[in-house]
Ligand binder design. Structure first.
Ligand code: SME
Length: 161
């Protein structure tokens, strides 16, 4: 049975605080990995209107496109390429205020201007990354880092990657 997200707040921080418990209960009622990643991407897009939001899974010794919301995107990213690859190898969240200034950035869309990528860590290994792109410069802050990392921890605790 589909649920409706109820987000009544306006600031980005308040929206995360509204969203996270609703997302958690949505995920806890389903065990399928792809279904849950798909709803997480949709919930983030629906709540914040992000330009692109989605997952890359660690598979075949590279990052492979998984559920997302937005325009079509690069399907496979080597571990040493792009912001996603850097997030994977450094095992930490990367905030890129201006993608043109990030050496090696992979432009899936020329409209993407800033980006945040969060590693999802399960059993001490990065199993996926959550990538969010904006069509505005400098759109991500420590607030996004804090709550998107919280979402990453919830995903790692509930799902079997
Ligand atoms: N920009 C990313 C590639 C993925 S797309 O933005 C969806 C990167 O540099 O890794």
């Amino acid at each position: 049975m589909a649920k409706t997200l109820i987000i009544t707040t306006t600031s980005r921080q308040e929206k995360y605080i509204d969203l996270i418990p609703q997302l958690q209960s949505l995920l806890e009622n389903e065990t399928d990995l792809i279904a849950n990643l798909a709803n997480t991407a949709a919930a983030l897009r629906q709540t914040f209107g992000f330009f692109w939001v989605g997952f890359y899974l660690v598979k075949d010794n590279q990052l492979v496109l998984a559920p997302f919301q937005g325009d079509i995107a690069c399907t496979r990213i080597p571990f040493h390429k792009g912001v996603c690859g850097a997030c994977y190898t450094q095992e930490k969240t990367l905030i890129v205020p201006d993608v043109e200034k990030f050496e090696g950035h992979i432009a899936c869309s020329s409209l993407s201007k800033s980006e945040i990528v969060i590693p999802i860590i399960q059993n001490n290994k990065v199993v996926a990354v959550l990538d969010v792109d904006s069509d505005e410069l400098d759109d991500f802050s420590e607030i996004d880092k804090k709550y998107l990392e919280e979402i990453g921890v919830i995903l790692a605790s509930i799902l079997h990657f």
